[in-house]
Design a protein around this ligand. Structure first.
Ligand SMILES: C[S@@+](CC[C@H](N)C(=O)[O-])C[C@H]1O[C@@H](n2cnc3c(N)ncnc32)[C@H](O)[C@@H]1O
Ligand SMILES: [Zn+2]
Ligand SMILES: [Zn+2]
Ligand SMILES: [Zn+2]
Length: 435
């Protein structure tokens, strides 16, 4: 295994974290550390027609695959480029009709299997880490994870066996799904809407920190890694795997459950933001610790219940859930408390879906300040909230506030996405149009 590859960085053994990536030169804030084309990727079903299946370009003049009428492309070149992968689904989608429903992970794994068959050499996505080297943590699978894994394997057979000859055996598939769960990425747009799933092997070499020094953004199906802090030679390059809104205990639980490690980063040790994240409402008689504990328990269960309810409840039922839970939590938690913010964020999403722009805007206004406090200085969550809010203001003819919010978004995005990113150009155009 060569240590070279991604210029300016090298693969090394990071004490306590397995393999990792470290800098061999200085990187300034905002500098591109490296880019990595996707090894395999899949556009999410909900974005069909809005993005090209091949290059993920967002445009209105895409044309449909004549056979399935479900996949959309920029042009014939994109259609041809995607055919080796799309052929796994084109006929099957027509044949199964509404019953065609493999999960996105299953769709991605089917593509990885095909890609592995046609690749004989190290791909440009694997300059420092090969897909075949991905950590799987097979020894840490409990019965619940085992069941999910079995269901994925069954779905792969069900939806893809006609199009993939000699599907790998059970053991190999168990490992592949576990590797994808531990090393896979989701691709989001500038407002953090989900666009698809992918594997970026070199990006997956980076270990996690709750106080990361890089951010990953996407240009089509290429991942770009930019420094959000100064990085010195010898420093490990660390990325965040999770939403950093939540307090230490929640983050640790999530990292242990999904990635099987106990985070010992500076933030998890200092817990410096936990107090603000768990802010209690100022009352004449402060709540007892037991009351706080039970409200945290309630908050976590309502968050989980809401996550499930999104699949079957109507938007107005969902909004009611948000409002009721905020009312209940509001007896103990301040409005800046992250559990309150979580439900406000969900409510904002429902309002946007229902095209209730005023509703969405007033939630956004409550969220943005505490978000800026809880998240690290350069955060895609904060940028996307400014962006949504700015666009809402402009839609509601509140020009001054709109421009101000969009400028805040641009300031973060120029650093995180790079000045030449399409998203940055688009937002700048929106600002310009107001002059
Ligand atoms: C995407 S991989 C990162 C590369 C990995 N270290 C390797 O050798 O393949 C994720 C895995 O790396 C390890 N890891 C990542 N961040 C870590 C951290 N902060 N502390 C300990 N282990 C970590 C965990 O085993 C985790 O499941
Ligand atoms: Zn395209
Ligand atoms: Zn098709
Ligand atoms: Zn941490």
């Amino acid at each position: 295994m060569t240590n070279e590859g991604v210029e300016g960085t090298e693969r090394f053994l990071s004490p306590g974290s397995g393999r990792g990536l470290r800098a061999v030169r200085h990187f300034a804030e905002g500098e591109l550390v490296f880019a990595c084309p996707a090894y395999s990727y899949v556009l999410t079903v909900n974005e069909r027609g809005a993005h090209c299946e091949n290059c993920f370009c967002r445009r209105e003049d895409l044309f449909k695959c004549g056979k399935c009428k479900q996949a959309y492309y920029c042009n014939v070149d994109c259609q041809r480029g995607d055919w080796p992968m799309h052929k796994l689904e084109c006929v099957a989608m027509s044949a199964y009709g509404e019953n065609w429903c493999p999960s996105e992970t299953v769709r991605l794994v089917a593509r990885i299997i095909m890609k592995q068959r046609v690749t004989t050499e190290r791909t440009p996505s694997e300059r420092v880490l090969l897909v075949s080297e991905f950590e799987a943590h097979l020894d840490k699978m409990d019965s619940e994870k085992d069941e999910l894994n079995q269901a994925d394997i069954a779905a792969l057979h069900h939806f893809y066996s006609r199009h993939i000859s000699d599907i790998p055996d059970e053991q190999a598939l168990t490992e592949l799904f576990a590797q994808v769960n531990c090393n896979g990425f989701t691709i989001e747009d500038e407002e953090l809407s989900h666009l698809g799933s992918a594997v970026f092997p070199d990006v997956a070499l980076m270990n996690h920190s709750c106080s990361p020094n890089v951010i990953v953004t996407y240009k089509g199906t290429v991942a770009e890694v930019r420094a959000i802090k100064e990085i010195d030679p010898g420093d490990e390059v660390l990325n965040s795997y999770i939403d950093l809104l939540y307090p230490t205990e929640d983050r640790k639980e999530r990292l242990l459950d999904s990635y099987f490690f106990i985070c010992q980063c500076t933030e998890c040790t200092s817990k410096s933001k936990d107090k603000a994240k768990m802010e209690i409402r100022k009352l004449s008689t402060p709540p007892e610790p037991e009351e706080i504990r039970s409200m945290v328990y309630y908050a976590k269960s309502v968050i989980e219940e809401f996550r499930r309810a999104k699949h079957y409840k109507t938007p107005s039922e969902l909004l009611e859930m948000c409002e009721l839970s905020q009312e209940k939590m509001g007896a103990i938690f301040a409005d800046t408390n992250v559990y309150m913010l979580h439900m406000m964020y969900q409510a904002m999403g429902v309002c946007l879906y229902m095209q209730d722009w005023d509703g969405a805007m007033s939630y956004g206004e409550k969220i943005i300040q505490p978000y800026s406090v809880h998240y690290p200085p350069y955060s895609l969550n904060v940028a996307s909230m400014y962006l949504k809010l700015g666009r809402l203001y402009l839609g509601l003819e509140r020009k001054k506030q709109g421009v101000k919010a969009l400028k805040k978004a641009v300031a973060i995005m120029e650093l995180a996405h790079g000045k030449d990113h399409n998203y940055v150009a688009e937002v700048k155009r929106e600002i310009e149009e107001q002059k």
